[in-house]
Design a protein around this ligand. Sequence first.
Ligand code: NAP
Length: 248
Amino acid sequence: MKLLEGKTAIITGASRGIGKGIALTFAKQGANIAFTYLSSEEKAKALEEELSAFGIKAKGFKSDASKFEAAQDLAGQVMENFGSIDILVNNAGITKDNLLMRMSEEDFDTVMEVNMKSIFNLTKAVLRPMLKQRSGSIINMSSVVGVKGNAGQANYSASKAGIIGFSKSTALELGSRNIRCNVVAPGFIETEMTAKLDENIVKGWTDSIPLKRGGTPEDIANATVFLASDMSAYISGQVLNVCGGMLT
Ligand code: NAP
């Protein structure tokens, strides 16, 4: 049996990297997929086709997760096209790394808006349909850096730590309506986001990982499928570190 048969999922930032891995894994498990992207038009079109080949309904939406109105509009369109919203994966995220001494106000604000405010925007947007259905699973993408901090990423780690507080509060507020909210905190995952890091930094990370390798988008997708599915029906308000044992 497929774990997500007949469920509809919104996945933000799925044109590449972890979000794309999640979309493909969800489609294999029978979910209908509404995914978003910011600018990767062609990649989104190609993904739409790749997903549809699994025999599910798939549609990409150009939608800026950091904008409140855009999220409202997206949820409306998904309800019109798909008829329900059962799963929300808030995955869209960016980095603008710098030491605090050199970090601009703009780089702090942008990272907070894309990584953190987006989660408020999208959660608010799906709330009404999920409350009506009396069911839902919300999964928010944090990072091990949000749990333990990281030099050069004060903006990013603040946004990722904020996600954890937001998610725990959401789980407390919505549990009585059978809406669950959990967090996935990936460690070092090989995507375009980490491809821009210096070779020595990457070596430092992998050396410190007990499993001695970086993770793949599929590693994160598998944990996310579990949290999206009814297999995790009694799990809410939790942070699942998917980091090769980096955090214990
Ligand atoms: P990535 O390869 O850089 O992909 C980012 C995705 O987010 C793209 O699809 C991008 O769309 C989309 N996006 C960016 N800004 C957006 C916005 N304002 N609205 C909608 N979509 C937007 O990143 P990744 O490595 O897959 O990371 C995915 C998530 O995992 C992020 O939240 C990241 O912080 C988290 N994470 C990653 C790692 C890692 O090691 N890679 C570790 C811990 C946590 P376009 O293609 O259109 O730009």
